[in-house]
Design a protein around this ligand. Structure first.
Ligand code: ADP
Ligand code: ZN
Length: 597
């Protein structure tokens, strides 16, 4: 709307100016005043028109010119009348009315336009410190904004919990008859991108009630008192549209624990928080405003928020497991052409720790990649590349590795791969690469066999073995003096596993199944005040070393027994840079046979 007005304003200004210029451009000459006077004297003038100080002249031989009247000329009129010249005059205001209006109004119009534009922009950017106390809660009405429960996956428990609320919103009378009371406030707790907003929207869509969406940080602005009045405004809006849902994202931005010392920022937040509590306490349970707050830091929330009658119901949304991830990918690829080779299981297995938002991003990146390569559909290849990009950053193809570095990296990764693959209790290798990415020069990926809820001691030890596979391959091939520093992370992880096995998971007979935890640099039993003795500390150290040594030697034996595989895999890695599961299995299968002969 505003844009249109500005557009037409500019257009009309341009038209007026050009029009004006055309009028002026008739090339009428100017003549000095004395010549004009002599022309009158010599009867050369037929007609004149006086326009303010300007005199337009038509001569007897039909030439035109103009001149200007000097300040005092009392004789001019007399002479004109005497000579019988036709005289026309125009009132002062009429002179070129358009251009004079434009000149006087132009700056004002410009200023107003700019001002309107600026206000609009500020408002749009959300930084509307000019517009003080209007809440920014937005109601979503768009049809394509409708999210249903079936569009959300991987959080079945949470979905189950909120279904009851939908039922209530749909049939409030039925619930009221039974004396049922609905919570006013629901706190959704979970890491970013797990679908908290989505779930809140789905409740509104399923129940067909309005959905107000606002972020906690919107309340906290630079002026004290703004937050509180925004809260009031938001509730007033909501009360006109009952029943409805108010969703406050990042509620921790306002709902932090109140502290004792006072400064401006805290003061403002407290007022906002208080106002929310006042509003929540003020409305009747059965009226039908349901407030849903989202946070991933429930620990920092003010306990007052969680009291009965406020946000007393908690819904926890965790990162999706394998099954959930598979379903989320399916949802997000519903309307996207997929190649036949797509295997949802593999994608789900290889994306541990991905949130729903990450998975949605993965699908998006893959689609972009397929489009970039002019493909008709997305295949596993695109998913693999995008996944690696999201996990580790883009490939550093430009990083030039010397032949020697590449060989070392190939041996190192082959070491991990062979141990991981040959130890039956270890997760199978998904793929191995020596393409440098981010900080790493190569990587071996494993696919967990299932959704691992519990891990055995045997499996943990196989992990330690595999982690040392890389370093061991370097040691066997190049000798101890030439081992690179590339194993620091492998060592760190292996040591942590070994330490936890002793101090946390009770795998050492000498220590026993007790929890030993660090607290301010000292080990305590169960973090209590029972400090453990130096003697026990010594045993911990010995036991960690024992586990590591045992598995180091075990891994070394496996590599030495399968040195053929190590060499072949290194060659193949240098050749192809990335080997997939099929290729890895093939290499191991054929070279094992030779070895066994
Ligand atoms: P949060 O509010 O927890 O930070 P959102 O609800 O804003 O996360 O999720 C962001 C986007 O990620 C959603 O729009 C959706 O595309 C995707 N997403 C997140 N979780 C899920 C899920 N469980 N199922 C399907 N899509 C999801
Ligand atoms: Zn390694």
């Amino acid at each position: 709307m505003i844009k249109k007005i500005i557009f037409w304003l500019i257009i009309s200004i341009i038209i007026i100016f050009t029009f004006n210029n055309i009028i002026k451009k008739k090339n009428i000459p100017i003549i000095n005043y004395s010549n004009f006077l002599s022309d009158i004297e010599n009867n050369k003038i037929k007609k004149i028109k006086i326009n303010g100080k300007k005199i337009n002249v038509l001569t007897t031989n039909n030439n035109k010119y103009y001149t200007y009247i000097p300040i005092y000329d009392n004789n001019l009129l007399k002479n004109i009348i005497k000579k019988n010249i036709i005289l026309n005059t125009t009132p002062l205001e009429e002179q070129n009315i358009i251009s004079s209006t434009m000149i006087s109004w132009f700056p004002i119009i410009i200023i107003i336009t700019l001002w309107v534009f600026l206000i609009k922009k500020i408002y749009k950017n959300g930084n509307n410190s000019f517009i003080f106390n209007k809440s920014k809660a937005k109601i979503s009405k768009k049809k394509n904004n409708i999210i249903l429960f079936k569009d959300i996956a991987g959080c079945d428990e949470a979905k189950e919990e909120v279904k009851e609320i939908v039922e209530y919103l749909k049939k409030p009378k039925k619930f009221k008859k039974l004396g049922g009371k609905l919570p006013k406030g629901i706190l959704m707790i979970g890491p970013p991108g797990t679908g908290k907003t989505l779930l809140a929207k789905a409740i509104a869509s399923e129940a067909k009630v309005p959905f107000y969406n606002i972020s906690g940080s919107d309340f906290v602005e630079m002026f004290v008192g703004v937050g509180a009045s925004r809260v009031r405004d938001m509730f007033n809006k909501a009360k006109k549209n009952l029943p409805c849902i108010i969703f406050i994202d990042e509620i921790d931005a306002i709902g932090r624990k109140r502290s004792n010392y006072i400064n401006n920022g805290n003061d403002e937040r407290e007022q906002t928080l208080n106002q929310i509590l006042v509003e929540m306490d003020g409305f009747d349970k059965n009226k039908g405003i349901i407030i849903i707050g989202a946070t991933n830091r429930p620990d920092i929330l003010d306990p007052a928020l969680m009291r009965p009658g406020r946000f007393d119901r908690k819904v926890i949304i965790d990162l999706p497991d394998i099954k959930g991830r598979k379903q989320i990918i399916k949802i997000h690829t519903k309307n996207i052409p997929l190649n036949k080779d797509i295997n949802f299981n593999i994608i789900a297995k290889s994306t541990p720790g991905f949130s729903g938002a990450d998975l949605s991003n993965l699908v998006n990146e893959s689609a972009l990649l397929a489009a970039k390569n002019n493909k008709k559909n997305i295949s596993m290849k695109e998913f693999e590349i995008s996944k690696d990009k999201i996990i580790m950053g883009t490939e550093r193809k430009s990083l030039i590795m010397t032949k020697k570095q590449k060989e070392l990296s190939a041996y190192h990764e082959s070491g991990h791969t062979i141990i991981g693959e040959l130890l039956s209790e270890h997760d199978p290798v998904h793929k191995v690469t020596i393409i440098p990415r981010g900080k790493t020069l190569g990587l071996t990926f494993f696919l967990p066999k299932g959704n691992e809820i519990s891990i055995s001691k045997k499996k943990l030890e196989s992990k330690i073995c595999t982690l040392y596979g890389g370093r061991l391959a370097e040691e066997i091939i190049y000798g101890e003096e030439n081992i690179s520093i590339g194993s620091s992370n492998d060592i760190k992880i292996a040591t942590t596993i070994a330490k936890n096995m002793i101090t946390k998971w009770g795998y050492s007979n000498k220590i026993g199944p007790i929890l030993l935890e660090k607290n301010n640099n000292n080990y305590y039993i169960n973090q209590n005040n029972i400090e453990i003795s130096n003697y026990t500390l010594k045993i911990i150290e010995q036991e960690i070393k024992k586990i590591i040594k045992k598995n180091y030697l075990k891994a070394k034996k496996i590599l030495l027994d399968n040195i053929n595989i190590l060499h072949t895999m290194k060659d193949q890695l240098i050749k192809y840079e990335t080997l997939n599961r099929k290729q890895i299995k093939k290499i191991i299968f054929y070279n094992k046979n030779i070895n066994n002969k």
